[in-house]
Design a protein around this ligand. Structure first.
Ligand code: BES
Ligand code: MN
Ligand code: ZN
Length: 505
């Protein structure tokens, strides 16, 4: 979708001629309802508050009500959104803004007057409103619904925070748009083209490895997985290099544009939704887009591991042994465990540049959904790297949960004929963790001699939160969510010299 123009206003919201005006409500004394914040003058505030009290409107976080605008308020309608009884935080404001915009429906001009408490709240309100208002660019007959043209943020004080919120929401919308694209249109080559188009004019360089270059470079994971498809794989390296970078972060995304399972074919019902299997790659592209637009103190390389996993006469077979870049051999016992194979190439290529931090992100295992449901991402890897990701997710208001990489499960990946097998045969124990243990094998080292140690690495399994299969909630629509995009933007923008030093210890 295209996002609306975002404007700031310090007028009283009563005087903004818009289609929908969003206002927060909270419980007042004796069962009454109060209008939150001071954007309105006392008269309007009292008038709206008494209307809400008379109607006994619910004020919890997910409640929103559409009312005709009272006399003296120029909007067409007013959306009263619950903020709960605690004083609002950026997270609750982001959530409420999303709920309110969804409740408002289709409008050309929405004004939002939630009680902001500074730049972080300003940013959160913009993010919540824009993400809650996200619409799929659907292939449907033309509709007469109005386009959303303007979002007016009332009472926000910090234009830079508004800009950050807008660029962040743009990145998330870009991820959702890519993931929504049907897999007959989105395949490795068209994916890399879409990314190149989105990055035009942004200070990010783009390098695309085609199948010949992948063969030359020894990228056996991408070639093995992509070998069954008529549409060959691609590896895309996106680079953002600020002057005097404090450090270098590598992001690696799983980009399976469709996961049929390959010869280890999925049953039909499990195949639905497998166009989402490129979410990790879309996410790292969105992150570098926002980071380069907004500025980040660290250099970033985003590796997009793009392949289509299809069964055919040229597909890899269960039993094949492939060689990942760098020389590690893998016995492919299940062609449906393909994400780890393309990521192995990506982790290896990223490691060769000795970044300060490696983060991979992938819709990697059904087991992650079983363990954590659809809202939490599984976070694995080294402790210091995990801490940086967890803190960033906390700041962004996204949900991650730490998961172990138990040594004992590594044994299951032993192969008689190769360095490692891609699955533990005959056991589904700890499927999310086994995938993490497999990836760990491809994390490179840094330093020489006695000083040699693994590059700090974190692994995010987003098979759960990448998509929302139930009803919309907060600022999250049904379908692709763009989850963790904001956390990683927060991470690359928030790292300082001290944070880098902590990783290098
Ligand atoms: N893309 C899937 C994981 C997935 C499943 C994501 C459901 C979202 C929803 C992945 O490639 C896969 O097929 N994993 C297998 C691994 C198994 C063969 C070890 C799985 O989870 O069943
Ligand atoms: Mn698979
Ligand atoms: Zn997959």
């Amino acid at each position: 979708m295209s996002l609306p123009r975002v404007a700031l206003s310090d007028q009283s919201p009563a005087f903004i001629a818009c289609d929908a005006l969003i206002v927060g409500i909270a419980p007042g004394p004796d069962g009454s309802v109060e209008i939150s914040g001071d954007a309105f003058g006392p008269d309007h505030k009292r008038q709206l508050g008494s209307q809400a009290s008379t109607l006994s409107l619910a004020t919890s976080m997910d409640d929103a009500h559409v009312l005709p605008a009272p006399d003296g308020v120029e909007a067409t309608k007013v959306i009263l959104v619950g903020l709960g009884s605690d004083s609002p935080t950026p997270d609750t404001l982001r959530h409420a803004a999303g709920v309110a915009v969804r409740t408002a429906g289709k409008n050309a001009h929405i004004a939002i007057a939630l009680p902001s408490a500074g730049p972080q709240s300003d940013q959160a309100i913009v993010e919540g409103a824009l993400l809650g208002g996200y619409r799929v660019t659907a292939k449907k007959k033309p509709s007469t619904d109005p386009e959303w043209e303007t979002l007016t943020v009332v009472g926000a004080t910090d234009p830079a925070a508004i800009h950050t919120g807008l660029s962040t929401a743009q990145a998330v919308a870009f991820v959702r748009d890519l993931v929504n694209t049907p897999p007959n249109e989105l395949y490795p080559e068209s994916f890399s083209q879409r990314v190149a188009d989105a990055l035009a004019g942004v200070p990010v360089s783009i390098e695309v490895f085609n199948e010949d270059q992948l063969a030359e470079g020894g990228f056996g994971g991408l070639l093995g997985v992509g070998g069954g498809s008529a549409r060959p794989p691609r590896l895309v390296a996106l680079r953002y290099q600020p002057e005097q970078a404090l450090g270098h972060i590598a992001l690696i995304g799983k980009g399976i544009t469709f996961d049929s399972g390959g010869l280890s074919l999925k049953p039909p019902s499990s195949m639905v939704g497998m166009k989402y299997d490129m979410t990790g790659a879309a996410t790292v592209a969105g992150v570098i887009l926002a980071a380069a637009t907004l500025g980040s103190p660290v250099a970033i390389t985003a590796w997009l591991c793009l392949a289509e996993n299809m069964p055919s006469g040229t597909a890899q077979r269960p039993g094949d042994v492939i060689t990942i870049r760098g020389g590690t051999t893998v016995e492919v016992l299940n062609t449906d465990a393909e994400g780890r194979l393309v990521l192995a190439d990506g982790l290896q290529a990223a490691s060769e540049e000795s970044p300060d931090l490696l983060i991979d992100i992938a819709t990697l295992t059904g087991a992650a959904r079983i363990a954590l449901g659809e809202r939490y991402a599984g976070l694995m890897g080294h402790e210091a790297a995990r801490a940086v990701v967890a803190e960033s997710a906390q700041r962004a208001g996204e949900l991650v949960w730490p998961m172990p990489l138990p040594d004992e499960l590594r044994t299951g990946l032993k192969s008689d004929v190769a360095d490692i097998a891609n699955v533990a045969t005959g056991s589904t124990l700890g499927g999310m963790l086994v995938a993490g243990l497999f990836l760990e094998e491809f994390v490179g080292t840094t330093g020489e001699g006695d000083d040699q140690r693994p590059i700090p690495w974190a692994h995010l399994d987003i098979a759960g939160p990448a998509s929302n299969s139930s009803s919309p909630w907060g600022y999250t629509p049904k379908g692709p969510t763009g989850a963790l995009t904001r956390s990683l933007i927060e991470l690359v923008r928030g790292l300082d010299a001290e944070g880098i030093a902590r990783l290098r210890q």
